[in-house]
Write a protein that binds this ligand. Structure first.
Ligand code: HEM
Length: 462
């Protein structure tokens, strides 16, 4: 694809992909909704976004298992459910009625209109079908060696005895996994050009996202920089796609992009703009999320001598089930994403609550994971919850659920186990100081970066 053609496509994406298509969303009937605070919508939105770790538990204590928050613009209702029976209904809801893409519209200019996260109904079904094979258990096995290679290089570069923020190193690691395993880039020069662009794309601030509605802003300051980054990234991605399509070893390559290029569902294939949008989506959805879960896992294991010993033993003896339980328990105790949402296209009833068209419903991951009914002693880090049986359905939901369940769930668990195995066969890991969650854009991350210090294991301990 020529440079001017790529620029035209990027221009079109920025022009088209504005939240609510640049229009004011239709009003929603608020009568009879579950109770909730009567503060101004801006305050409630800030509470939910910036102070979610205190705000959500407060609302549950004050209003019970289901409550309504009113958000900007126009005090639109978000009805938050916390009980597994209700969450089951949300996940099983008719995809033509329970739309998920609407809630992610703000990411449109970056991810693009074909993004799996943004499309709904038949379009989502088709995209999901074309993408699924690249995330099948067999495909995941094919990525294992590449991930192990990246993990070995990263873990081998750590300095024993010197405390560091594990979140930073896990971010670097999962970024490398996306570039090499998902994009399948091997050329060192291209990797060096991609890294800063990808980092800048992932770091996009909420202010930039909220400013999309004002086209003039795109010519100034951080908005201008974001647009330029996005164009530069597009050029590299389209170049990679073109080369990969022409590559003589395409048939034998195991990376995600090569698999997506090969997909052929009775003649239905992914076009270049679709591939671009899905790659950027996988990058944004799959990089920091997995890094954060891994950082919390290292921190939690590193806090407790018994957990440290158990993790080292599991890594040494190939007990992947325990390492996976460590990753899952970290995701339970420290949900990376606080809730999943669906916007209703028709009036609907969820768990006996009548809801109008246009209302948004949420399944609270934060409150589900903190419920003592579902997870006894919920504040404690106990990987055995996932070994001696497993939590009840719809009580452990870090990856959401139903037809929209995270497509990268298996990938991220495979990656987490591979990285934990590498870390715990190489080092004894100790947490440094206490850490608590803080909000970073959509995700929640450890405020102090989950600081750890590692020490070489005696040779017989490896
Ligand atoms: C710990 C790691 C991760 C967490 C906690 C996580 C969480 C989530 C959640 C909560 C959703 C929304 C599900 C729903 O609406 O029901 C989601 C969707 C998605 N995730 Fe993940 N994710 C993780 C890793 C990944 C990875 C590694 C990838 C890709 C390589 C990925 C790609 C996606 C995509 C494409 C979607 C949209 C699925 C759809 O709408 O059909 N995620 N993820």
């Amino acid at each position: 694809m020529r440079d001017d053609e790529i620029t035209r496509r990027s221009d079109e994406r920025f022009a088209r992909m504005r939240p609510f298509g640049g229009r004011t969303p239709p009003p929603v009937d608020l009568t009879g909704l579950p109770p909730g605070p009567s503060w101004p919508p801006l305050l409630q939105s800030a509470g939910l976004l910036r102070f979610r770790h205190r705000f959500q538990p407060h609302l549950r204590r004050r209003y019970g298992d289901v409550f309504t928050v009113r958000l900007v613009p126009q005090g639109r209702p978000l009805v938050i459910f916390t009980r597994p029976e209700a969450i089951k209904e949300i996940f099983a809801g008719d995809p033509e009625v329970f739309h998920a893409g609407k809630g992610n519209a703000i990411l449109g200019p970056i991810m693009g209109e074909h993004s799996l996260l943004l499309v709904d109904g038949a379009e989502h079904k088709r995209a999901r079908k074309l993408l699924m094979p690249a995330f099948s258990p067999r495909a995941l096995q094919g990525y294992q060696d590449l991930v192990t290679g990246v993990a070995k290089t990263e873990v081998g570069s750590w300095q024993p005895g010197q405390p560091f923020r594990s979140l930073e190193r896990m971010n670097a690691l999962t970024l490398e996994v996306i570039l090499r395993v998902v994009f399948g880039v091997t050329d060192e020069a291209r990797l060096a050009r991609l890294r800063p662009l990808v980092n800048a794309t992932v770091d996009v601030s909420p202010a930039v996202l909220l400013g999309w509605g004002v086209p003039r802003l795109r010519r100034v300051g951080m908005w201008k920089r974001t647009v330029e980054t996005s164009y530069a990234l597009d050029r590299l991605i389209y170049a990679e796609i073109a080369e990969r399509r022409a590559s003589p070893d395409l048939e034998h390559r195991t990376d995600v992009l090569s698999q997506l290029i090969r997909v052929d569902d009775g003649g239905d294939r992914l076009t270049d703009p679709e591939l671009r949008d899905q790659l950027v989506t996988l990058l944004l959805a799959g990089h920091e999320t997995t890094a954060t879960a891994l950082a919390w896992a290292l921190y939690e294991v590193g806090r407790d001598p018994r957990q440290r010993a158990r993790a080292r033993e599991a890594a040494r003896h190939g007990d992947d089930a325990w390492l996976e339980a460590v990753a899952k328990e970290s995701m339970r105790l420290h949900p990376v994403i606080a809730m999943v949402v669906r916007t209703l296209m028709r009036p609907t009833t969820v768990a006996g609550v009548d809801l109008p068209r246009g209302a948004t419903v949420a399944a609270s991951i934060l409150l589900s994971h903190a419920s003592p009914d579902s997870h006894p002693d919920p504040e404690a880090f106990r990987p055995e919850r996932f070994v001696d049986g497993s939590p009840d359905p719809n009580t452990w939901i870090p990856f959401g659920g139903g037809v929209r369940r995270c497509i990268g769930a298996g990938f991220s668990l495979m990656e987490a186990v591979t990285v934990l195995r590498e870390v715990f066969t190489t080092y004894d890991v100790r947490a440094v100081g206490r850490d608590v969650p803080k909000v970073r854009n959509i995700t929640s991350v450890p405020r102090r970066g989950a600081r750890i210090v590692v020490h070489d294991l005696p040779v017989e301990g490896r």
